[in-house]
Design a protein around this ligand. Structure first.
Ligand code: ITT
Length: 188
């Protein structure tokens, strides 16, 4: 079984491929754009995006909208995380957080999957803290400044380990439960 992963971000495709390898699902990277509406909820962005893509005739695909929600910044950059990354970047976030003691933050990932005419939408979260400097050279996006355990950043751990605890990994666990029935149906 093949699923198209619609994203501009190859880091996401790598994480999906690792997470679904053992289920025999092949992930294909596609750059098919869709409108990401302005709203405070990731789920709404995903649901609207899926409706638009289905209306264009696209089938068997995954989209995901993720973001980093920082407690002391009242959830910023949140749904504006891609914009935040392109503009102020990790150094800009560190500057905003310079004298702030409350380092609590949460990554969230909402995945929408279209499969066999069914729509599945799941959300995963991962709590952690914002570090005081960038650490590590793996991963992508906000990984160098986010720590799930207060010690290592997401950039300092392998994709496999990140998947066991990350927002995307937690959303994937929920998606796997739902997809397993489609995989077993295909085998019969
Ligand atoms: P697409 O929308 O094309 O899939 P994107 O990278 O813009 O790609 P999002 O809008 O979902 O993806 O992501 C919002 C931002 O949050 C973006 O800058 C990402 O780099 C960042 N982000 C998402 N997941 C992340 C993760 O697991 N680790 C670090 N940063 C992440």
């Amino acid at each position: 079984m093949k699923l198209k992963v619609l994203t501009s971000n190859p880091g996401k495709v790598r994480e999906y491929q690792k997470a679904f390898d053992d289920m025999g699902i092949e992930m294909e990277h596609h750059h098919i754009p869709y409108d990401e509406i302005q709203t405070s909820e990731l789920e709404e962005v995903v649901e609207k995006g899926m409706a638009e893509l289905r209306a264009k005739g696209l089938r068997d695909f995954i989209i995901d909208d993720s973001g980093l929600f920082i407690d002391a910044l009242k959830g910023f950059p949140g749904v504006y995380s891609a914009y935040g990354q392109k503009t102020i970047g990790n150094q800009g976030i560190l500057t905003l957080m310079k004298d702030i003691k409350d380092r609590g933050a949460e990554f969230r990932c909402c995945i929408g999957c279209d499969i066999d005419g069914e729509t599945i939408v799941v959300t995963g979260r991962c709590r952690g803290t914002i570090l005081h400097e960038e650490r590590g050279d793996g991963g992508f996006g906000y990984d160098p400044i986010f720590s799930p355990d207060g010690k290592r950043s997401f950039s300092e751990i392998s994709v496999e380990e990140k998947n066991t605890m990350s927002h995307r990994g937690n959303a994937v666990k929920l998606l796997r439960e739902q997809l397993s029935k489609h995989v077993s149906e295909q085998k019969h």
